[in-house]
Write a protein that binds this ligand. Structure first.
Ligand code: ADP
Ligand code: G6P
Length: 457
């Protein structure tokens, strides 16, 4: 079996990684072995001109350094101030600066250069996510002929959103240098086909095949999963000590997200406020725990979302709290996976209300963690990729506080029979399409694609 080489911006070197990409690939590589290449984590003044080995994991790990300037332009800049907001429908938050795009191109070329000496002729290379759209094209320029695939963990933009990029045509040039590109949901495939046609003249020549400038590309949907079985066990075995305790007879409603504007956290706070305003009987009966570690600090939109959520949580607590009850507990730090698993299991409601999201693994983790005999209810945004796979959740429009509040009320009232029925249907998908299924399905498709002849230049 040939070696799997995964490349992503983030490489898991510390404890408690939060972010779907690392959680999923960690699970995938643990079982298959292989090599994972990624950023060392902190920018350094004098970056090493080689990859650095990090022994001690179930797979090999090599990291690349970035200078503060490269980190700023490539990671904070083009990746997270241009691509991320535009792919999540927030062009209004994008900060278009030509220096960012130059930094992105430069870092992609550098990573490719550092990787080449470590590659073996029969490696399969699997590049992850929007930070590395350009890596495949750079590897090809250096003569790498191995199968190279890309998987996009976030939504792919529709034509009107794509048009807000500074370089829409170049995006499709980058992408068509891969043998296979994978998306989370069918809406992403549809957007890819429509945007590629409108922005770059990319032709669809088959159900899953596209052509641009003489290059042929296969594109397909592979919804990412979780390590469902181990999550079920972790939730079942979670220690009692990690449970949330209440002074009143309250039920737990839980949200777990990076503190990102795409996650709809202010919207869900407002929906909860709407619930408490409209149904006073629920006071002291429901308590909302939102766990949200800050992320990407240094990007203005992330600093703003932190302030906005702190303000809203404080205001709602001020308005409704009693001596024995705090309506919202807002915690800004990561927790180990087994603690999260136990918290999900304790909750009557899991609140997953992104305004846009590739998949959303928290939705699947919540389902896996439930006691099938007495499961909680998942409230899920129609804009999460997970909604395509789990229509049995209470599907809501996260912009609509009334609709979301009504879903909270109905989850509180829902009969045990209905809860079991909905949960069983969702659990089946989470178990069948788990992370092992996802990586095997993707890698099998990549295997089928032979290395392409590249045009000159
Ligand atoms: P994203 O990839 O955009 O962050 P996902 O929901 O797909 O969103 O994945 C988030 C992953 O990070 C999940 O596996 C979740 O358990 C984990 N995570 C999120 N918040 C925390 C936290 N506070 N502590 C630990 N892990 C977290
Ligand atoms: C999302 C992205 C990942 C990213 C993660 C955490 O899951 O799709 O690519 O790694 O968020 O974000 P960060 O910027 O901290 O790596």
């Amino acid at each position: 079996m040939s070696r799997l080489v995964v490349v992503s911006n983030r490489l898991p070197l510390g404890e408690n990684p939060s972010g779907g990409l690392v959680v999923a690939l960690d699970d995938a590589l643990r079982s298959s072995g292989g090599l994972w290449i990624g950023f060392s984590g902190e920018p350094v003044e004098d970056p090493a001109e080689e990859l650095i080995d990090h022994p001690g994991a179930a797979f090999d790990r090599l990291s690349f350094d970035l200078s503060p300037e490269d980190h700023h332009n490539y990671y904070l800049g083009f990746s997270n101030s241009v691509l991320w907001p535009i792919c999540h429908g927030r062009a209004d938050l994008a900060h278009l600066d030509p220096v960012y795009l130059d930094g992105y191109r430069k870092v992609s070329a550098r990573i490719a250069r550092l990787m080449v000496p470590h590659l073996r002729p029969d490696d399969r290379i699997w590049v992850q996510d929007y930070q590395l759209f350009a890596l495949g094209a750079e590897l090809r320029k250096l003569g790498v002929r191995n199968p190279i695939g890309h998987f996009l963990h976030i939504p792919f933009p529709a034509p009107a959103e794509c048009a807000t990029l500074p370089n829409p045509a170049e995006l499709f040039d980058w992408m068509t240098h891969y043998d296979l590109v994978g998306f989370q949901a069918s809406r992403d495939m549809d957007n890819f086909a429509a945007s590629g046609f409108h922005m770059a003249g990319m032709e669809q020549i088959g159900l899953n095949t596209f052509r641009l400038d003489g290059r042929t590309l296969r594109a397909e949907v592979f919804p990412i999963g979780i390590d469902a079985q181990s999550f079920i066990e972790e939730a079942r075995d979670a220690p009692d000590a990690d449970q949330v305790r209440f002074l009143t007879n309250a039920r737990l409603m839980i949200g777990v997200d990076r503190l990102d504007y795409s996650k709809g956290i202010p919207q869900r706070f407002r929906a909860f406020q709407q619930l408490l305003e409209s149904i006073p009987d629920l006071h002291e009966k429901i308590s909302f725990l939102q766990i949200a570690p800050p992320t990407r600090s240094g990007v203005q939109a992330y600093d703003d979302i932190r302030e906005e959520t702190e303000y809203l949580a404080g205001r709602i607590n001020g308005q409704f709290a009693t001596l024995n009850w705090t309506p919202i507990r807002f915690i800004n730090r990561p927790y180990p996976r087994e603690v999260l698993a136990g918290l999900y299991r304790q909750a009557r409601i899991g609140l997953v209300t992104p305004l846009a999201d590739g998949m959303n693994l928290v939705a699947k983790e919540f389902v896996a963690a439930q006691d099938p005999e007495d499961p909680g209810v998942l409230i899920l945004s129609r804009f999460a990729g997970a909604a395509e796979q789990m229509p049995e959740a209470l599907i809501i429009n996260p912009h609509d506080a009334h609709e979301t509040a009504a879903a909270m009320a109905s989850a509180m009232r829902m009969s045990i029979e209905e809860r079991r029925e909905r949960h069983a249907a969702m659990l089946q998908v989470v178990l069948e399409k788990d992370v092992g299924w996802w990586s095997a399905a993707y890698l099998e498709a990549l295997e089928q694609e032979s290395t392409k002849e590249q045009p000159e230049n």
